[in-house]
Design a protein around this ligand. Structure first.
Ligand code: SAH
Ligand code: SF4
Ligand code: F3S
Length: 441
């Protein structure tokens, strides 16, 4: 009988994509995916360490793996991703039942380990670079990821990512375009370009290969079969006019830009080492509104950064109010090991951070809900993803703006359909499938 594996993924899209590659790699080694962890011979965790809550969630899961391993010591437990990279060999000191640990993307190393004779010895594999051309097992056949770079050259003082994913390395554009063409040939209609700072893409490439991020977008847009392009995340400091204009010019590039704010206070932004201030951020927003008026803008915001005063926080509320985000991920500052901000003076008490988060969420949701009302009465293109999570009689999909839509009608996952929008909340739209035009006989 084939060996079975189970993988649990934490963290961002990078990890989701890495897990897809893990699945593809394991399938090519003859493994099958188990529906539950308890049925697996190989138990894998793809970890995140961005906030303390990510660490603790993963460690709670590890407890079950320990129990399963003690029931059947033949089982192999593997821990990959950013948490593994940030604690390195300490993994084995703290959790002796773990057999193998590997840094983000080091999936080929996992294959080497599984194929080696020394399955019984514990092994740790360092983060190196992009792990190349592994087969992937996509969650949905019509959506695919394209990882355009690895690592991050920024030094945001709160962030653990540069130490877990290394320096920024852009992948060869020709290789990327080939991969995008293969995805399209394989039925992918929507691709998401992935990187920690996508719009600095290419700067590290040798001159003869160097292309800009907007040029990369242009070339992906030209590929037959790709109907939608998204990317995440751009850094506001590198968000230049050419990329913004591309949203107006390229038919496949969606009307959605994720523009991480982090804080509305220039003083806090400075201590975060974000290298832009409030007014430069607002200039970017104005430029987006000028060239792509209907564009959805989403963001990430951290509250409770060390030294954040009530006035600093109010500035964040003001920006949230002024921009009117279509959606936002809001986080409580979490001190991370070996980051500058973890030891800064002025760490705030947890209850104050929670109170600020609640006040921010109120503004974000109210504005998102107000913004969403503009879609009511419009017929919008929706990429069908399946049945609704809350109501099995309805379908669910996403607009080009990135809004989830629940709607009535008949369609298959992967179809692009027109939906008439009837109502809207901060998170989701509802509607009905537009009646297709009757063909003229
Ligand atoms: N490279 C991307 C995303 C990085 S992680 C970018 O810069 O946009 C995703 C989000 O997690 C960040 O945008 C930030 O808002 C949040 N984050 C990162 N480190 C954090 C920390 N120590 N505490 C709280 N939130 C954090
Ligand atoms: Fe972290 Fe900043 Fe890099 Fe984003 S840009 S991954 S927040 S260091
Ligand atoms: Fe987490 Fe690593 Fe992504 S820390 S957010 S999985 S880059």
């Amino acid at each position: 009988m084939a060996q079975k594996f189970h993988v649990t993924t934490f963290g961002c899209q990078m990890n989701v994509h890495d897990s897809e590659r893990m699945r593809g790699m394991l399938a090519s080694l003859g493994y099958e995916e188990a529906a539950e962890r308890g049925e697996a011979d190989l138990i894998l965790f793809n970890t995140c360490s961005i906030r303390e809550s990510a660490d603790s969630r993963f460690i709670a899961h590890l407890g079950e793996a320990k129990r399963l391993k003690s029931e059947d010591p033949e089982r192999v437990v593997g821990v990959g991703g950013c948490w593994a990279q940030s604690v390195k060999e300490e993994v084995f000191e703290r959790f002796p039942f773990v057999d193998v640990a590997f840094g983000p993307g080091q999936i080929h190393k996992l294959a080497e380990f599984l194929n080696s004779d020394s399955l019984s010895a514990q092994g740790y594999f360092e983060f190196e670079e992009f792990s190349g051309h592994l087969p992937t097992r996509r969650e949905r056949e019509f959506q695919g990821w394209l990882q355009i770079s690895q690592g991050c050259n920024c030094v945001c003082s709160y962030c653990i990512v540069p130490s877990t994913r290394g320096r920024e390395v852009s992948r060869d554009p020709e290789e990327l375009l080939l991969e995008a063409q293969n995805l399209a040939a394989d039925g992918v209609r929507e691709v998401t370009l992935l990187g920690q700072n996508v719009n600095s893409y290419g700067r590290d490439l040798p001159l003869e290969k160097r292309i800009s991020f907007s040029e990369l977008l242009r070339r992906v847009d030209a590929i037959e079969g790709i109907d939608r392009i998204r990317y995440t995340s751009p850094h506001p400091k590198d968000m230049k006019e050419d990329v913004i204009r591309a949203h107006a010019e390229l038919p496949a590039l969606c009307e959605q830009i994720h523009l991480p704010l982090q804080s509305g206070s220039s003083a806090v932004l400075k201590r975060m080492r974000r290298t832009y201030n409030r007014s430069r951020y607002m200039d970017r927003v104005a430029l987006i509104r000028e060239h792509v008026p209907d564009c959805a803008i989403t963001t990430d915001i951290i509250v409770g950064f060390p030294g954040e005063s009530e006035r600093d926080f109010e500035e964040t509320l003001e920006v949230a109010e002024e921009v009117g985000y279509d959606g936002a991920f809001t986080f409580i500052f979490s001190p991370r090991r070996e980051t500058e901000a973890a030891t800064m003076e002025g760490q705030l008490p947890h209850p104050l951070k929670v109170e600020r988060l609640e006040r921010l969420v109120e503004v974000v949701q109210r504005r998102a809900s107000e913004r969403a009302q503009r879609f009511i009465g419009r017929t919008m293109e929706v990429l069908v993803e399946g049945t609704s999570r809350t109501d099995e009689t309805k379908l669910r999909g996403r607009t080009r703006h990135g809004k989830a839509v629940n709607f009535d009608g008949v369609a298959s996952a992967g179809d692009l359909v027109d939906v008439e929008i009837e109502s809207a909340t901060s998170q989701t739209l509802s509607g009905v499938l537009a009646r297709p035009l009757t063909p003229l006989l």
